[in-house]
Design a protein around this ligand. Structure first.
Ligand SMILES: Cc1cc2nc3c(=O)[nH]c(=O)nc-3n(C[C@H](O)[C@H](O)[C@H](O)COP(=O)(O)OP(=O)(O)OC[C@H]3O[C@@H](n4cnc5c(N)ncnc54)[C@H](O)[C@@H]3O)c2cc1C
Ligand code: FES
Length: 329
């Protein structure tokens, strides 16, 4: 049994419990979202004791060197005294610059970092409110060219951050950005490689970013963007996709809906089925998958079985608190 201290909380960590679960059980106020080691919102810093290296996977080496770790996947062997991540945890003060509703339940928010913030299109950032609420969002634009970071946020009925963004995050509101993280990025150097970019809902955000990045690197191979939604109303971004396809002969767009009749430019059917029908052989393809965790998992398996090599499949599942595994003690 190990013991963990954080702020005024001092608690034993059960054998199969994570540091996060133990601290929450004891009433500590630790931010978290996915509980799966993905979003990095539970990042803490060990000021005494050694955090398990398995809980540092995916963190930048500078943060690892300073003792940062992800509390939700930390099962320590030693006692730990923890603190909130330091200023060096890459948090950059920023300001909401623009906010616009772009579909019934999707808000586009543009954020100006107060100092240069390097992020590649398709990576995700951790957006933090001044009260410490943190959530991950994927970057939809070429932030280095645009000078701002564009996020597409699906507004959930009881979502703490997404509702706040939709209702309260007016231009001028201070926030901060941490990260970036994630490997869903365009890899220059193989300009003829075919690219499949597939996702559901706001999974379109990183896919748009990746497509734009590929095109500015003069990618000449086919770029197939496949966007799925429950209904036509969920298929936002039609204009942006049409514009890309009009301007670049190598870009093809397929949009599909689960419910509804379909139309000239919308296929009726499940995204995974539509992809399987059109891309039975993905050997030699680079595949990017983003959006709902169940769909991403299915598409990952399908892409591998269709011949895409594991290192050519990049995926970001948009895990929410609702997907978080139930804590074990
Ligand atoms: C790598 C990554 C990238 C992401 N990129 C994007 C993106 O580009 N765009 C985007 O829209 N989202 C993205 N997400 C999801 C995003 O981080 C948030 O999880 C999402 O916006 C919901 O946050 P929220 O605060 O609004 O909702 P929360 O308050 O976290 O709640 C989420 C949902 O879970 C329910 N819920 C809350 N707590 C519980 C609980 N304990 N048990 C059961 N249900 C619960 C709520 O009712 C709500 O429906 C990404 C996630 C990850 C991990
Ligand atoms: S990484 Fe720990 S809550 Fe997401």
């Amino acid at each position: 049994m190990t013991r963990v201290r954080f702020d005024t909380t001092d608690v034993d960590v059960g054998e199969r419990e994570s540091v996060l679960d133990a601290l929450l059980r004891a009433g500590a106020d630790v931010p978290y979202s996915c509980r799966s080691g993905v979003c990095q919102s539970c990042c803490l810093r060990a000021v005494e004791g050694t955090p398990p290296s398995a809980a540092q996977v995916g963190l930048p080496p500078t943060l690892v060197a300073l003792g940062h770790f992800l509390a939700c996947v930390a099962h320590p062997q030693d006692d730990l005294v923890c603190a909130r991540p330091g200023a060096l945890a890459g948090a950059v003060d920023a300001t909401i610059r623009e906010r616009e509703s772009i579909a019934a339940d999707v808000v586009r928010v543009r954020i100006s970092p107060n100092i240069p913030f390097v992020v590649k299109p398709g990576q995700y950032v951790n957006l933090a409110r001044t009260d410490g609420l943190v959530r991950s969002y994927s970057v939809a634009n070429l932030a280095d060219e645009d000078g701002y970071v564009e996020l597409h946020v699906r507004v959930l009925e009881h979502g703490a951050m997404s509702r706040w963004i939709a209702n309260d995050a007016v231009p001028g509101t201070p926030v901060s950005l941490r990260g970036p993280a994630g490997s869903c990025v365009y890899v220059p150097g193989s300009p003829h490689e075919p690219l499949l970019l597939a996702g559901s809902g706001t999974g379109l955000a990183p896919l748009l970013g990746i497509a734009r990045d590929a095109l500015r690197h003069a990618h000449r191979g086919p770029i197939h963007v496949m966007h799925g939604g429950r209904t036509e109303a969920a298929l936002y971004g039609a204009d942006a996709l049409a514009q890309l396809a009009r301007a670049h002969a190598n870009v093809a767009v397929t949009r599909c809906v689960l419910e509804g009749p379909g139309s000239d430019d919308i296929v009726q059917g499940r995204l995974d089925h539509v992809i399987a029908a059109r891309h039975a052989d993905l050997s030699g393809w680079r595949v990017y998958l983003c959006g709902h965790p169940d769909l991403v998992r299915t598409l990952q398996q399908d892409a591998f079985l269709a011949g895409a090599s594991l290192d050519a499949i990049h995926a970001d599942a948009f895990l929410t608190r609702a997907d978080a595994p139930v804590p074990t003690g």
